[in-house]
Design a protein. Sequence first.
Lengths: 83, 83, 153, 153
Amino acid sequence: MKIVYFAWVRERIGTAEEEVALPAGIVTVDDLLHWLKGRGDNYAAALQAPEMIRVAIDQEHVPHSQPIGHCSEIAIFPPMTGG
Amino acid sequence: MKIVYFAWVRERIGTAEEEVALPAGIVTVDDLLHWLKGRGDNYAAALQAPEMIRVAIDQEHVPHSQPIGHCSEIAIFPPMTGG
Amino acid sequence: MTDISVLVQPGPIDLAAEAQRAAPGGDAGAVVTFAGYCRDEDGRLQALEIEHYPGMAERAIERIATEAAGRWPILNLRCIHRYGMIAPGEEIVFVACSSKHRHAAFEAAGFVMDFMKSKAPFWKREHLSDGSVGGWVEAKDTDDAAAGRWHRL
Amino acid sequence: MTDISVLVQPGPIDLAAEAQRAAPGGDAGAVVTFAGYCRDEDGRLQALEIEHYPGMAERAIERIATEAAGRWPILNLRCIHRYGMIAPGEEIVFVACSSKHRHAAFEAAGFVMDFMKSKAPFWKREHLSDGSVGGWVEAKDTDDAAAGRWHRL
């Protein structure tokens, strides 16, 4: 599973993308965020306020309750500030 | 007193501007419009529906109840259709 | 203090030059422009003739622009209105408004356009493709309503 | 059917060319454009750095544009968003919208801008005049509120 990070999420984690093997029991986006948060201080710093975090599955914005299902790319990033 | 006409008011009256000597008793714009209307068929055709007619005194739009007072130019025209 | 400029002219409006001129610098974060065009009315129309009241036209637009500047924190406001014969596809009117933030620029430009439609002394007449002169364009109730929606409660 | 075009690019937006390109012909009577600029923040700012999510950025803007085209009878809708380093005074984003009548063009352009602020994957970071890298620009509640005001009841 490829995960990509943007903006301060990317900076705090320290990488722009990585391949991860999800353990059993990770069903929803919410599960994924909690699991990632436990992977180290850098992840904890990036994901400390999950309600701030936006997630896209295969480039579509999804709620945290969304089941991950089969997908090729999950993106994790802060609130967007375009325009 | 100089009166200028625009658009279909001008066309129906048949002139773009004229000098008129107002008779005594013409106080408001409304008085003026009624007096003009009696000056001939062309004026009657132009001013038959006074509620349609817009008036500016010295280039300021005014209501029909406005006293004419001292001024150098009165303009009479249909509703505006700019933009 | 808003920088207001008003032009009433017979010739074309150079939209490319106006777009460059509208680029702000400094404190402005948003520029909204409006351009109004002569439609071809499915080929029925040869030209629009726009009559205006010289002097009052400029004053009326300046008054509308000043009112907009009093309502929204806008930095620059430019209003150009043509008169004379205008072919389908040509621009009739142009407004550019810059502001620090976008909502003020959108609102002020919309306000100016709504008022230019019904409160500035311009009148349109149609010249038709068959060579005849059509009627004067009638004022629309919707244009009065559009201006009316800005009235302070 | 609305003609939609979306560009996400690092280079400058040629506003003069875009203004000419937006000129309609035919049935369009109104063109509204919006350009968003990098402010100088009273000299504090050297540049804005805009990070984006390639691929999703285009898709998200296309989705916003398609939603606008479903809500208003618009003829053309062009959306350009830059990424990379942007100096004060330079444009960041551009929208042009043409329609038969002006209100649809104003509404659709405002709608697209409100959604590009908070629903398209771009993030701004400040580079300061003293050479340091400032923080990421925080999302504003007012931008969420601006997008929220378009929700169908």
